[in-house]
Design a protein around this ligand. Sequence first.
Ligand code: SF4
Length: 437
Amino acid sequence: MLFTKVAIKSFGCRTNQEEMNSLRFRLLQQGVEIVDDIEDAQVIIINTCTVTSSTESKTKRLIKAVAGQNPSAKILLTGCLAQQKPSELKDLDSVFWVVGNTEKDQIPSILEKNGGVFQHPFSREIPNLSIKTNEIPSVKDHAGFRTRFPLKIQEGCNYRCSYCIVPSVRGPSRSAEFSNVLSAFDSALKAGFKEIVLTGTHIGQFAKEQSASLLELLKEIVSFDGDFRVRLSSLDPRDLSDEILQLVGNNSKICDHLHISVQSFSENVLRAMDRPYSDVERLVSRLSAFRRSFPSAGLGADFIVGFPGETDKDFELTMERVSMVGFSYAHIFRFSARPGTSAISLPEQISDSVKTNRSNRLRMLINQSRDDFINKNLTVSKKIIVESESPVRGLTSNYIHVEIPGLRRSCNSWMDVKVHEAVNGRFHLAQPVWEKT
Ligand code: SF4
């Protein structure tokens, strides 16, 4: 191996993070030392993101910073910004390799080569380009003993939302072979993982090109023996079937937690986003029904406020419908125009002050329903998988981060807990539920 000391820095989504964990594991297997200090590295791999203008500038700042910190190190850029702007990036100081998303799994062999740009042209005419599931390390070797294993089952997207750059840097939707996902899932269980998170760019499109579906995959997975749970990463409302809602609510092998990329509840705004949900009112009533049927289930969402053309009336409609559902949390983004997307040239761009005002108002509304949700859960016992020994910390099946001060418990063990105090922060205080002996 030409280089023996490599540092890895990663931006962006869970799929980006997991691809780097997979690479880290493969490099370790090849005898490479993964170093944390930039000064110690011979090669610095930066896994870039381009989803918003701020992630792009953050990425460029890091490239400049590490080049200054260790001028002798060679920089390899990969990820979505590398896919989007290879020619611009290859001329930056200390940048030796620019590797597209599809070549990411070849990085160990690319490091052997002396510089250049490696990129695969995306073309929708390649539907049978299935992807590989990611490497499965043991729990101990998994990126700092993280107990939840994100299993990449799909990549890319067949939609073209007007604000989204992802399809142009991740390509059309491709999935891992159905049978490969099942064997990877089984291997992850055998590797000691108790929770496996199904990830991808758009998992609702999983295996459609194989005439299968995410629902079929879930039904197979819950038939596996063993003490485990599977969690779904984000789901698009267009892939939210009643069967998936019932399975998530009722089956104890699936975390009672859904994260929906709603973006807006206004028909006008969704039309401008090229996200035409067939019936928004029906979506709201289905999510409200899910909330009523499963009051302790976690229900999160993504929202974009200040989208071009979003009137006060549109925003009030979103607010009104959000209050009808009762989300337990939400990620709220202010619209950020991205070059390479059609939304950048839409008329009626919204001012920053209006975006800020709307984002603050929606956040307050969501915080209120989050507090209601936590208070309703104060008497409900839920399972965590211990992620830190002392204080004990973990994530409940319904997506509440909890902490139990003054207790020590080994990582990757199950524990029954009850939240006993909602706090204004990431970890709510909980107490263990001891089995009656
Ligand atoms: S569904 Fe829309 S927002 Fe999501 S990845 Fe596809 S194009 Fe982007």
